[in-house]
Design a protein around this ligand. Structure first.
Ligand SMILES: O=C(O)CCC(=O)C(=O)O
Ligand SMILES: [Fe+2]
Length: 296
């Protein structure tokens, strides 16, 4: 696998990838090279363009399914950590719509799982998500509302639904969900593939089998109905497992309020103090005009 750093658009993106070739992390005896945690082939400018077209053209609504984005050794370690997840770190959802199990909000994660979420929440990764979806400045959620570790056991299901519009604590707008499946040797006859529905026709248009190493990126929209309504018929020792997280956007500052996004110095230069005073009295339209004319 060629070095990730060279394939990224920004030649020196952020901490974890700005490393020498040999920098690595060893977790439970498995050594992972830091620049091989994701496959760099997905991050070239051409790949970004291709994936964007693929996502936009998908039916019944925009979505993207890719295999092999993450190093399989990392995902194997993530999968192991389902079995050692902290006591009290799960909650069972048991309703007439859903029978699943999820990690609690802000659960302490095993090191590989934390590494997975650190990767997908990193700025160079969210920039890639922005490039692929066309939605700029995505905000990750370190507590993973609605996400984290997901598991369905035999008989489990999740009725067809559209995800939430807003984050309940921050009010941020839900833009997309990002799910990586962890089920080696998944058998389609076990049921519980993810179904993507056309709500108008009331029909499933396509399915995503939750195979190990497969990642689904699904922008949230009025038509993005999905679920795995067929009860899982896998053997008892084969739960359906995945890791998931959502990405959000905030409300952009109106142009006339952009001044509020700069720092206030305790000892301003005289000219700046005078400007701040003037700003209180001059009507916004004149202020903007003056700024345009003076270029300051
Ligand atoms: O596990 C899946 O395939 C989908 C999960 C889902 O739709 C959700 O968590 O809202
Ligand atoms: Fe969902």
């Amino acid at each position: 696998m060629p070095a990730l750093a060279s394939a990224l658009r920004d030649p020196s993106p952020l901490g974890i990838v700005r490393t020498r070739r040999a920098d690595c992390i060893t977790l439970r005896g498995t050594t992972l090279l830091l620049d091989e945690l994701v496959d760099p082939a997905f991050f070239t400018p051409e790949a970004r363009q291709r994936l964007r077209a693929q996502l936009a053209g998908a039916a019944p609504f925009p979505h993207l399914v890719v295999d092999g984005l993450f190093n399989p050794d990392l995902l194997t370690l993530v999968l192991e950590e389902f079995d050692t997840h902290e006591d009290g770190g799960w909650y069972d959802v048991q309703s007439s719509y859903e029978r699943t199990r999820r990690s609690v909000l802000g659960a302490t994660l095993g090191p590989a799982t934390q590494l997975y979420f650190d990767l997908v929440n990193a700025g160079w990764f969210t920039t890639w998500l922005s490039d692929v979806t066309g939605t700029p400045y995505l905000i990750p959620d370190p507590l993973r509302h609605g996400g984290g570790l997901h598991e369905s056991r035999t008989g489990g299901s999740f009725a067809v639904h559209r995800d939430f519009d807003r984050h309940p604590k921050t009010g941020l707008k839900n833009e997309m969900v990002f799910i990586t499946y962890l089920n080696r040797g998944w058998q389609p006859e076990w049921g519980s593939a993810l179904e993507l529905w056309d709500a108008k026709d009331g029909q499933c248009v396509t399915t995503v089998q939750p195979e190990f190493g497969r990642t689904l990126l699904m922008p949230h929209g009025p038509r993005s109905f999905h679920g795995h309504p067929t009860p899982l018929q896998a053997p008892d020792d084969r739960p359906r497992r995945s890791v998931a997280t959502y990405f959000y956007t905030g409300t952009p500052m109106p142009e006339q309020d952009l001044d509020r996004s700069i720092s206030i110095f305790i000892q301003p230069r005289r000219i700046d103090a005078a400007k701040a005073m003037l700003r209180q009295w001059v009507p916004p339209i004149l202020w903007r005009l003056a700024k345009k004319v003076t270029g300051r």
